[in-house]
Design a protein around this ligand. Structure first.
Ligand SMILES: C[S@@+](CC[C@H](N)C(=O)[O-])C[C@H]1O[C@@H](n2cnc3c(N)ncnc32)[C@H](O)[C@@H]1O
Length: 218
């Protein structure tokens, strides 16, 4: 009941955070920096599937000169992220409530510097791998909207998704670095920002897998 009641208020609560998210993201295509009031040469980082926004809030706060756009398709989930960014008054973090399958409508070629994929849904059932956000068709889109040598930073708890993704990245010519199958016990943990799901899995003793994939685009 409480959840349903809360869901009924999503439009009003979103409205209270107007300016923090974009209802028509396609109108920003090719001009995100300008629309958000950032210099043309600033870095633009995109998080896909941001959930409740702990990761983007912390990373945007730590990198105030970069522009962060966080995309999430579930309105009840992104609302929590938007309200958090609003409450903390994070000036360089904005949101899009949409599906990653439409990214080409929202971003111009070479517009994005880096993409974060944190704990993407693993879609472990047979016949579903095409839905994975590291499936090759998605990687081709990321390559297109990213600058040459743009980076994808990918973390997951799921071994099957991780090994599948390693293979997809390699097949498309991405260069892999900082690959670890136990992030929290690796040298890369020092500047790691934990997401909500990451904390949950770590509490359960599940090792986190992580890699950086650099676009082959020259
Ligand atoms: C397992 S949760 C992880 C949330 C957060 N990144 C974290 O690590 O705590 C995956 C999130 O990705 C979102 N998501 C999955 N597929 C998506 C898509 N195609 N476009 C946008 N968001 C998506 C889901 O709605 C969900 O909130």
């Amino acid at each position: 009941m409480t959840r349903l009641r809360a869901k009924r208020h999503i439009p009003e609560r979103m409205e209270r955070c107007a300016g923090r998210w974009f209802a028509l993201p396609a109108t920003n295509k090719g001009k995100w920096r300008e629309v958000c009031g950032f210099p043309e040469d600033c870095e633009l980082f995109l998080e896909i599937g941001c959930g409740k926004g702990k990761f983007c809030a912390e990373t945007a706060t730590a990198n105030p000169d970069a522009l962060y756009i966080a995309l999430e398709r579930e309105s009840s989930v992104i609302l929590a992220a938007i309200e958090k960014a609003q409450e903390l008054e994070i000036p360089n973090l904005f949101f899009v409530n949409a599906d990653a399958k439409n990214l080409l409508d929202y971003f111009e070629d070479n517009e994005v510097d880096r993409i974060y994929l944190n704990f993407s849904d693993p879609w472990t059932r047979k016949k579903k791998p095409k839905r994975r956000l590291t499936y090759r068709d998605f990687l081709k889109v990321y390559e297109k909207i990213m600058k040459p040598k743009g980076e994808i930073r990918f973390k997951t708890d799921n071994t099957l998704l991780f090994e599948f993704s390693v293979n997809e990245f390699k097949e498309l010519g991405f260069e892999l670095s900082e690959v670890t199958r136990d992030l929290h016990n690796s040298e890369y943990d020092a500047d790691n920002v934990r997401t909500e799901f990451e904390q949950k899995f770590a509490d359960q003793g599940i090792a986190i897998k992580r890699l950086v994939a650099t676009s082959p685009k020259a």
